[in-house]
Design a protein around this ligand. Structure first.
Ligand SMILES: Cc1cc2nc3c(=O)[nH]c(=O)nc-3n(C[C@H](O)[C@H](O)[C@H](O)COP(=O)(O)O)c2cc1C
Length: 362
């Protein structure tokens, strides 16, 4: 039986505990996708706070793949050079730096949430967004962006962009690459029959709808060293029971395919594709999805969503419901959630605090 504070071995990587900072957009770049001091301090603080894995926000593999102009990017070598400072710091704190590689698809070209989250008018710097089937989209609030139906050449460009982004991520010092295929962004849009109405090799059957993700994962795995892990985040279900949609049965089948392509862990979130989704929320609400994939495949699983308490996170690992626990909003409220969890679960956790802070916890 493993516990939350036990290390996790994947390939040649040893993660010091089972606590990960879930990827969270900070919308804090200028329009060039370059990290700022905010990213360094934000991610660095969570490493000081004892997270085993510190994952970046959704990081765009090409400029068109940003949700907002404030999103982080990894489409040039300059991005990699700038991110290296933060990966080095995370490592110095004993954490494992991970990057989430993303393409926002039709959900791109929006204002930052605090500016209203609405599509940006092309005259105000909005850009053409990419989608599998432009007509299939649930209505946007506000003005519709210019949607481009992805041609086979566009699809190849996306695959190549993921491969190049993974190479740069390695240069930047990341130990784990996570492919973002959840929350209604480009790769999820191809997976779900709700948003994928294509009739070519990338639409229709399960095999065709999953083709783009499988090709992206292969491109990443090809350049990502054998000794380092690759994760994929999926939405375990669209939460749309009354129409043909993406569901847990397909997720289990996909996870099996991903494992055979060299994916080490499936990070199981849900929804984000359609405004009519019927999701419950609350503590552990997505855990049964991770648990199902863990039980029915050989791939490791990450659970996320509504985890706020050390004992709750520990129980997920102890009861074999997940191999890794990703914590989002609680890490925003408490950057030291990792060391606080250790203090709650161990008699003497003082050695888990940075030496600089130990006088405060002895
Ligand atoms: C501010 C914010 C930004 C987020 N950005 C991302 C993101 O970039 N990529 C992603 O996969 N999920 C993103 N999420 C979802 C979180 O990673 C997480 O799955 C979700 O918040 C549920 O976990 P929690 O209940 O621990 O917060 C974001 C969530 C928040 C609150």
């Amino acid at each position: 039986m493993s516990t939350l504070l036990d290390s996790l071995s994947m390939r040649d990587l040893e993660v010091p505990n089972r606590i990960a900072v879930s990827p969270m957009c900070q919308y804090s770049c200028e329009a060039d996708g370059m990290p700022t001091e905010w990213h360094h301090v934000h991610l660095g603080s969570r490493a000081v706070g004892g997270a085993g894995i510190v994952m970046t926000e959704a990081t765009a593999v090409e400029p068109r793949g940003r949700i907002t102009p404030g999103d982080l990017g990894i489409w040039s070598d300059e991005h990699a050079v700038a991110l290296a400072k933060t990966t080095r710091f995370i490592r110095e704190q004993g954490g494992v730096p991970a990057i989430q590689l993303a393409h926002a698809g039709h959900k791109a070209s929006k204002c930052r949430p605090w500016d209203g989250n609405v599509p940006i008018d092309p005259d105000d710097g909005g850009w053409e967004v990419l989608s599998p089937s432009p007509d299939a989209y649930p209505p946007f609030e506000g003005e519709k962006p210019a949607i481009r139906k992805a041609t086979v050449d566009d699809i190849q460009d996306v695959i190549d962009a993921y491969g190049a982004a993974a190479e740069r991520s390695l240069e930047a010092g990341f130990e784990i690459a996570e492919v973002h295929a959840a929350h209604g962004y480009l790769l999820h849009e191809f997976l779900s029959p709700v948003t994928n109405r294509r009739e070519d090799d990338y639409g229709g059957s399960f095999e065709n709808r999953t083709r783009l993700l499988r090709e992206v994962v292969s491109a990443v795995r090809d350049v990502w060293p054998e000794e380092k892990p690759v994760f994929v985040r999926i939405s375990g279900t669209d939460w749309l029971e009354n129409q043909p949609s993406w569901d847990i049965e397909q997720s289990v089948r996909l996870a099996d395919d991903l494992e055979s392509l060299g994916v080490d862990l499936v990070d199981v979130s849900s929804g984000g594709l359609h405004p009519e989704q019927d999701a419950s929320g609350g503590p552990n609400f997505q855990v049964p999805l991770a648990e199902a994939i863990g039980a029915e495949t050989d791939v490791a699983v990450g659970a996320v969503g509504g985890v706020t308490e050390p004992e709750q996170a520990d129980a997920l690992v102890r009861n074999d419901r997940a191999d890794l626990v990703l914590v989002g909003r609680e890490f925003l409220r408490d950057p030291y959630f990792g060391v606080h969890a250790a203090s709650a679960l161990e008699e003497d956790a003082s050695s888990r605090w940075p030496v600089q802070y130990r006088r405060a916890v002895r």
